[in-house]
Design a protein around this ligand. Structure first.
Ligand SMILES: C[S@@+](CC[C@H](N)C(=O)[O-])C[C@H]1O[C@@H](n2cnc3c(N)ncnc32)[C@H](O)[C@@H]1O
Length: 387
């Protein structure tokens, strides 16, 4: 019954507000409500995450930071009419009272409506101008799961058939040749044969578009300077059909690269920081810099509420370091791709412009700029050409 699902979401949200991690609160609820069917569990989970993605906005709309106020805010934003849920009998939440605030969408401050901390709204607005509120609202909505088909292992049609046999329905994404959108059972991907055999990886279409836009030709020497878990390095190695070198300042983050590339049948070779200097120069260096992740905040709902001005300052200092260190590894006439999954000016154009101002002879040679939409996360990439 729909109203009972909202009541369950209120109980789970109360636990989260009290400090419990979201997944644990949902598991505990599931354990103490063993009668709940899979439809109920999925609906409660969706309500909880719908709230967490817009927590500040919904707290303002519902009049507080309790599970009840947050769900009231959710209903005020998305419907159905709160009075049809609260006090509707059975296991429904208790009826609305005079104490329940009557806040309307138009009463919110811009930062509340955007679900951003107060300090971030002016920074956000300066970066996004007239799109600022609409983009912030896109980030309050659920994001689809996208897969990258690893063409070193098979075809898009083959991947769809294999996933389908495991109950995972997918659709190709028009203009991204390697991408599939998961339309049913995303939680079954990790156990699927296609995933276990390296035929698909979970990767947003923004990253896949970036890989497709890189200027590489067979035989090029390519370095992923901030390789992390290797998402981009694996995709690049698949596109190149040749080796890609991977480096990260924190080698522990690359722990999975070797098993992942073996599974995918691609050639990714790890380098330590000392080894990078000896292996340089490269025709292309990719710097997928650490960033606020502001283009992906649909997937990490509380990150935007935790980000501080000091965090942003520290990130831009690291970004300036990373772009310069990556550039030092580029061969004469070669390319540097500076990328972030942020849509904040300070982490993107400002970093690139400062680099160009301090490195005569380098020039900008295109790139990619994506605002988040239902089809992809937000993303930024600047291609720079070495003298
Ligand atoms: C956005 S993540 C990389 C994600 C990865 N490219 C992928 O597609 O899965 C950024 C990475 O940069 C690394 N990093 C931070 N500072 C660095 C530095 N000064 N030099 C190299 N890597 C750095 C971090 O450890 C982190 O793994």
């Amino acid at each position: 019954m729909p109203a009972a699902r909202y009541a369950a979401a209120i109980a789970v949200l109360d636990a989260i507000v009290a400090g419990e991690p979201a997944e644990r609160a949902l598991t505990n609820w599931g354990r103490s409500n063993r009668f709940a069917g899979s439809g109920d569990r999925a609906a409660v989970r969706d309500h909880v995450y719908d709230v967490l993605r817009a927590r500040r906005t919904l707290a303002a709309l519902g009049g507080g930071e309790t599970g009840r106020a947050l769900v009231l805010g959710l209903l005020r934003r998305d419907g159905p009419e709160p009075a049809t849920v609260f006090g509707s009998g059975g296991h429904a939440p208790a009826a609305l009272t005079a104490e329940d605030a009557t806040v309307a969408v138009q009463d919110l401050t811009p930062a509340q409506a955007a679900n951003l901390p107060d300090w971030l709204w002016p920074v956000w607005h300066a970066s996004l101008g007239t799109d600022a509120l609409a983009v912030a609202q896109v980030l309050q909505r659920r994001a689809d799961v996208f897969l990258r088909v690893n063409l070193s292992r098979g075809t898009v049609a083959g991947a769809q058939a294999s996933l389908g046999a495991d109950g995972v329905a997918t659709q190709p994404v028009g203009d991204v040749a390697t991408a599939l959108r998961v339309t049913e059972n995303p939680r079954r991907v990790a156990a699927s044969t296609a995933y276990r055999d390296g035929l698909v990886e979970v990767q947003d279409t923004a990253s896949q578009r970036m890989i497709a836009a890189l200027p590489v030709a067979p035989g090029d020497r390519v370095l992923d300077y901030c390789a992390g878990g290797g998402g981009k390095a694996l995709a690049l190695a698949d596109r190149l059909r040749g080796p890609v070198w991977a480096h990260d300042i924190d080698p522990r983050r690359m722990a999975d690269i070797v098993p992942r590339s073996a599974r995918a049948g691609v050639d990714v070779r790890k380098l330590t920081t000392a080894e990078v200097a000896r292996a340089a120069p490269f025709d292309l260096v990719v710097c997928d810099a650490p960033c606020s992740g502001s283009g992906t905040w649909r997937r990490t709902p509380d990150a935007k509420l935790r980000l501080t001005p000091d965090d942003l300052d520290r990130l831009t200092i690291t970004q300036a370091h990373v772009i310069a260190a990556g550039a030092a590894c580029v061969a004469p006439g070669g390319a540097l791709a500076y990328a972030t999954c942020s849509i904040l000016e300070a982490e993107n154009d400002a970093v690139v412009d400062a680099f160009l101002a301090g490195h005569p002879g380098w020039r900008r040679d295109g790139g990619l700029r994506l605002l988040p939409t239902p089809d992809h996360d937000g993303f930024f990439m600047a291609l720079l050409r070495a003298p």
